[in-house]
Design a protein around this ligand. Sequence first.
Ligand code: GTP
Ligand code: MG
Ligand code: NA
Length: 452
Amino acid sequence: MKTRSPIVSVLGHVDHGKTTLLDNIRGSTIAAKEAGGITQHIGATEIPMDVISSICGEFLERMSINEKLPGLFFIDTPGHEAFTTLRKRGGSLADLAILILDVNEGFKPQTYEALNILKSSKTPFVVAANKIDKIPGWKSVENASFTESMKQQDSDIVFKLDQKLYEIVGTLHEEGFESERFDRISNFASQITIVPISAMSGEGLTELLTMLLGLAYQYLREQLQIEENSPAEGTVLEVKEEKGLGLTIDTIIYDGLLNKDDRIMMLTKDNKVISTKIRSLLKPKPLEEIRESKTMFENTDEIVAAAGVKIVAPHVDDVVAGSPLKVANANDEKVEDELLSEVDNIRIQTNDIGIIVKADTLGSLEALVNILDQKDIPIKSAEIGDISRRDIINASIMYEEDKKYGVVVGFNVNILPSAEEELNNQEIKVFQDKVIYQLTEDYLDWVNTAKE
Ligand code: GTP
Ligand code: MG
Ligand code: NA
């Protein structure tokens, strides 16, 4: 038996501070570098136990939490409304969650959505009431525990904070949860813990992480035990060219063990199943997001969930980002069926006449289609991958029907050279952007300008 790291998903409304919270814990600045200031994919970082312990300090001892966990494996999710599937995926992978909200704004649509995901998956969670430093008059004490920071605040500010917290308690009550500020809880089994924090200044992170570990010990003891021979299950984040290695796949392994000798199965862009033998397993350094990792990866023979791992293997050219990953066994057909059923619910509705849509991953394609649907923009086809010559030709067929549909919209993708060439002979308009909502805005602006 081995103990795996609990998976902790961070969920909440757009810009309420999910990425900033993780940045503060791991000492990074990812939020500041994101296109459009929003998260548009699932992120994953392993935080070793010694880092957690050093933030929690004496609080852990006071709670007499001294059992060993390897660490916490955090999943960052997008808060922008379009990314419903990635939030659901993040929520359903989670053993525990942090539901984060801006204490000054309270519950917002995706806070409710996230709460409902946690409700239906029965995931234990703590509520982080973030941005306390923005309460007018708050005196920030860098990296202090909430308990320490409170001592520095004027009584009217503490009162103001409590008013905001009781609004949250009231909303949670309406949603079927009893809750209380962490230091006033009488019954940890029946009340949801609220921890006031500032992801920016680090205030309250001590208590937030301590409460999270408390939940882990209360609910997860058995769930975290994995058998020596339990096969890995994971999800593909990205297929990526890596100097000296060729095509590699960045994955999250959320359950079981992955061995260097394993054969793994995944889905391709056109919904076929491929099977390939692992050549090597490369682990990012702890505290680094696998996608952002610039340093050398470490070679390893075995991966214990939950972990991010880069896999080097042949024949992964057509693997689709967002695909589930399973270890093959004696019964390939069964594994194949399981893989296909996992993506069965991602079906995209298309029209006879409409625009051509391309995106880089399953999750982002679905998010883009969501936004286009909301704006009643019809879609002829929606696929993963770079913009190809065929896309331009298909758009030109649409152009014959209606000029405003002679369009290709691409999120986080490139235009292939053959497509560039084809574009020279066509009236087709291509919209590309790295910020998802910008694409629909640009397209609609263009349609309106063309009308005038
Ligand atoms: P999405 O991933 O796009 O849903 O957003 P997010 O929830 O990850 O929020 P993000 O970390 O990107 O933060 C949004 C903005 O709020 C950024 O400008 C942060 O600097 C700011 N912010 C986050 N936490 C705090 C905080 O505790 N205090 C203050 N003052 N600003 C914060
Ligand atoms: Mg974010
Ligand atoms: Na953001």
